[in-house]
Ligand binder design. Structure first.
Ligand code: COA
Length: 105
């Protein structure tokens, strides 16, 4: 797992992170996992900076992998905008359904 973090120096707190899961088999794709910027630190493009830095580190540390894949909620426009700017394109979609079962009497 490659983890990139952002350190807020005045408070010495980590305020953002992103992770890539890299399998030993080079023919397998890399997974772009969670990314999070603490609410009070949003709006400074930290998500984009961290993702870019981690992808650059991946290319240096473990070159030769095929595509990086990720999952996004369709309504998460903020994350989708970052991913689209980085060159991610749709490859599939999935849906989920639920049915409420009334409690037995
Ligand atoms: C997605 C996320 C990382 C983006 O944070 P970021 O890098 O700070 O975003 P940006 O700097 O690109 O923000 C661009 C604009 O959107 C706003 N914005 C970003 N995320 C927002 C959110 N979740 N809700 C409302 N506004 C948001 C910013 O304030 C900024 O506004 P401005 O242009 O008026 O200044 C952040 O919203 C987040 O941590 N969300 C929760 C976790 C999540 O959904 N992760 C993705 C799935 S793993």
């Amino acid at each position: 797992m490659l983890t990139a973090t952002a350190l807020h120096e005045p408070s010495a707190h980590l305020v953002a992170f992103t992770q890539l899961s890299v399998l030993a088999e080079r023919e397998r794709s890399v997974g772009q996992e969670d990314t999070l910027v603490l609410r009070e630190h949003r709006g400074h493009r930290l998500g984009m900076l961290l993702k870019t830095a981690n992808l650059e580190f991946l290319a240096q540390d473990s070159p030769g992998h095929p595509p990086v894949t990720t999952l996004n909620a369709e309504e998460n426009r903020h994350m989708l905008e970052v991913n689209e700017a980085l060159g991610f394109v749709p490859m599939g979609s999935e849906g989920a359904w639920k049915r409420f079962v009334p409690p037995a009497v």
